[in-house]
Every structure is written in structure tokens, then in C-alpha cells.
Design a protein around this ligand. Structure first.
Ligand code: FAD
Ligand code: UDP
Length: 370
């Protein structure tokens, strides 16, 4: 007899929400994670009184009221609104692309003037009807000035390939608006958990059996026999021993510094959009929570090739990888015991709110005990 109803591989956001919800329904769960800690990529660690986002900066944003109320029922969120600054060759611009940016680029002061300027630039690309890649999409959206100063360099560093080889949907993540509004997201709700994301996951996993430092593949046979069902949130190609080839990812290298000064850059996020600066952004973590400490903690984010020695942060959803993925998905559909969920197992550029929504959706299909 299996000891658990569910083995959940991965103590990240997906695993934690699912484990919480089905435990409420009386299911016995075991959550394992190969890392030494819970929370997956949203793990935060308190350093010098500052909640440091150890695997990259995370801002929670959503327009889904159910998801917002759900996360707020585990931890209170602050009123942080992400408004990154772009540094291009030493000149500063507001992001996302809005009236402040257009004023800084061209001196235009009204939406009408800005629209005229952008229409003129877009006209060069009138023959691009269906943008086939990120470069074409960016040129059609905002024209050459914006593309060359704020997008091309950042994008090519971030993805390690020409913008012509990157899917168009990636640039559509960013708002483009004719108001003086520096909010990086269009969503209704936004904020950062007070006390850090780890607290959110701790609260979700309260009362659930969790073992960290356990790699599923080290004892797959034993783990498989422990539970009736498996929710797997690791890499899908790894599950199938990469039999159709490896899926590609983009990784990151984080260079951290604790500085003996109260404020380094005056903002949580500063993007470096030219090619010459080797990192894409500097995160100053205290600004996510309006910190007033004497010290500050910063992280330079360097994009990196993915290998066995670093983390798979971003799926590369180009045609080549989608084709490989579809072969794994065909095998996954035939599995009756295992479901593949979350950013790695679905190989999707999911944000946190989407992961919460997906985990809630899956858990709703689980019957109550008794
Ligand atoms: P993960 O957090 O990756 O959890 C999967 C877990 O499975 C990991 O802990 C891993 O160790 C474990 N695991 C894998 N294989 C095994 C195995 N074999 N055995 C045991 N355990 C295993 N989203 C936002 O909404 N806003 C943001 O601002 C934002 N910023 C981001 C910045 C960066 C740099 C990155 C990379 C992502 C960002 N995201 C953001 C996305 C967000 O991180 C994800 O949506 C979310 O964390 C995914 O949760 P998950 O549970 O699917 O995956
Ligand atoms: N991007 C850009 N310039 C910027 C910020 C983003 O060109 O200053 C592009 C880049 O291609 C990036 C994509 O927009 O990969 C999505 O940006 P987002 O900030 O959503 O990326 P994430 O926070 O997920 O790394």
C-alpha cells in the first residue's frame, strides 16, 4: 500500500499551493526538493535585515482576484509597484515604454506628439504584417529608436542570441502606453509579501511533510512506490532521461554585494540596455520593501549559458525547442500516475500568478476524502 496519496516533486510555488490545497481535502502528501530549502525560485533569505531574492527579483502581479485574495490569505503584501529605470550608455529612461520614456527620448510632451513620432518610425516597417520574431515585433510596436536604445542590447544579452531568433511574444510582456505611468505591469493588483516570499511558502506548507535535499532521480523507484500519484514540477526532459534531446534554457549568474551605504541606486531595478555592460540589471533588494537600513544589498544579474552546473531559469520557447517539447508532452499524456506542472515541467514562461492559478485549478479536480 502506498504511504502517501501524493508525492510532490518540487517545493516551489506550484508544489506548495497544490500540497496545501489537497492536504485540506484530507490527502496525505510528501513534498521533496533537491535544494536545501523550500520556495523554489521565489526563495528569499534575510541578509542584514533585508529580504534578498536569491534567484532573481520577483514582483507579484495579477488581475485575477481569486489568486490575489488567495496569496494574501497566507501573507500580507506591501504596495510595491515595479518601475524600473533603463540605463543606456549612461543616460536614464523610465520603463516600461510610456510618455516619460518618449519625453526622455524625443522631448515630446503630449500623447499626440508621441503618437506622431512613433507612427513615423513605425511606417518604415509597414510591410511586416505578422511579426515572426522579437526584433520584428519590437520594431512594429515602437520603431527603431526604442528598439535600438532600450530593447536590442538587453534582449541579445539576456537570451544569448540575435533578437531575430527570439519569439515575438516575449516583448509583448511589456506594456506600451501613452500616459505618464511607469508601472511595469498592467495588472490590477501588485506587491511583495511582507517578510519575504519564503514566508508565503512556509505558511502554505505548514503541516505538510517536506524533505529538502532530496533529488527524485536519486531514489526514483522508492519514491514512485511511496505514493499513489505524483505531481512533478522538475524539468520534463530530465524525467524522460532526455531521450529526445535536451530542452534549452537560459541561465543567470548572480553577483551579490552587501554595501556599507544606505542607498546604491535609488530604485529596486535598474536595467542596463546596451550591449557593452555585461549584466542586464542591478537589483537593490531593500527597495522592494521600502527598507531604511544603514546597509544595502545589490545583485548584478549576468545572463549565462545553461549547463548541468547552473539553474534552468528561462525556457527558450523557439520552434526547435517546442518541437522537442511536443515529443515529451506526447509521452506525458500517456502517464496515468504522474502530472507535469509548473514552469519547468510545462516548459512555459509562467509568472507566479499563473502558477498559482494552475495549481488551484488542478487541486479543484481532486476529490475530498470521505
Ligand atoms: P520552481 O520555483 O522552479 O520550483 C521547482 C522546484 O522543483 C525547484 O525548487 C527545484 O529545486 C525542484 N526540483 C526540480 N527537479 C527536482 C528533482 N529532480 N528532485 C527534487 N526537486 C526537484 N514571476 C512573477 O510573477 N514576477 C516576477 O517578477 C518574476 N521574476 C522572475 C525572475 C526570474 C529571474 C525568474 C527565473 C523567474 C521569475 N518569475 C517571476 C517566475 C517565477 O519564478 C515562476 O513563475 C515560479 O517561481 C514557478 O514556480 P514553480 O513551482 O513552477 O517552479
Ligand atoms: N526587455 C528589454 N529591455 C528591458 C527589459 C526587457 O528589451 O529593459 C525585453 C527582453 O527581451 C526581456 C523581455 O523584454 O527578456 C521580457 O522582460 P521581463 O522584464 O518581463 O523579463 P523577466 O523579468 O522575466 O526577466
Amino acid at each position: 500500500m502506498a504511504k502517501y496519496d501524493y508525492l510532490i516533486v518540487g517545493a516551489g510555488l506550484f508544489g506548495a499551493v497544490f500540497a496545501h490545497e489537497v492536504s485540506k481535502k484530507g490527502k496525505k502528501c510528501l513534498v521533496i526538493d533537491k535544494r536545501q530549502h523550500i520556495a523554489g525560485n521565489i526563495y528569499t533569505e534575510n541578509i542584514a535585515g533585508i529580504n534578498v531574492h536569491k534567484y532573481g527579483a520577483h514582483i507579484f502581479h495579477t488581475s485575477n482576484k481569486e489568486v490575489w485574495n488567495y496569496v494574501n490569505s497566507f501573507v500580507e503584501f506591501n504596495r510595491f509597484t515595479n518601475s524600473p529605470i533603463a540605463n543606456h550608455k549612461g543616460r536614464l529612461f523610465n520603463l516600461p515604454f510610456n510618455m516619460n520614456t518618449f519625453y526622455q527620448l524625443w522631448g515630446v510632451k503630449t500623447p499626440e506628439e508621441a503618437k506622431k513620432k512613433i507612427e513615423k518610425q513605425r511606417a518604415e516597417y509597414f510591410d511586416i504584417k505578422e511579426p515572426r520574431n522579437l526584433e520584428e515585433q519590437a520594431l512594429v510596436l515602437g520603431g527603431r529608436d526604442i528598439y535600438e536604445k532600450l530593447i536590442k542590447g538587453y534582449t541579445e544579452k539576456q537570451w544569448g542570441r540575435p533578437a531575430t531568433q527570439i519569439p515575438a511574444f516575449i516583448i509583448r510582456r511589456l506594456p506600451f502606453r501613452y500616459t505618464f505611468d511607469n508601472n511595469y505591469f498592467n495588472d490590477i493588483y501588485q506587491g511583495i509579501p511582507i517578510g519575504g516570499y519564503t514566508k508565503l511558502i512556509e505558511n502554505l506548507l505548514d503541516g505538510v511533510e517536506v524533505r529538502t535535499g532530496e533529488n527524485y532521480f536519486d531514489r526514483k523507484y522508492d519514491f514512485d512506490n511511496l505514493a499513489k500519484k505524483i505531481v512533478y514540477t522538475g524539468k520534463i526532459d530530465e524525467f524522460y532521461e532526455c531521450q529526445f534531446g535536451e530542452l534549452e534554457y537560459r541561465s543567470l549568474y548572480f553577483e551579490n554585494e552587501l554595501l556599507n551605504m544606505p542607498d546604491f541606486q535609488g530604485n529596486a531595478v535598474v536595467n542596463y540596455t546596451d550591449r557593452e555592460v555585461p549584466y542586464t540589471r542591478i537589483i537593490e533588494h531593500k527597495h522592494f520593501e521600502f527598507g531604511t537600513q544603514d546597509k544595502t544589498y545589490i545583485t548584478r544579474e549576468y545572463p549565462h549559458e545553461f549547463s548541468k552546473d547552473n539553474e534552468p531559469y528561462y525556457p527558450i520557447n523557439d520552434q526547435k525547442n517546442q518541437l522537442v517539447l511536443s515529443k515529451y508532452q506526447e509521452l506525458a499524456r500517456k502517464q496515468t500516475k504522474v502530472v507535469f506542472c509548473g514552469r519547468l515541467a510545462e516548459y512555459k514562461y509562467y509568472d507566479m500568478h499563473q502558477v498559482v492559478a494552475k495549481a488551484l485549478e488542478l487541486s479543484k479536480k481532486v476529490q475530498n476524502n470521505g
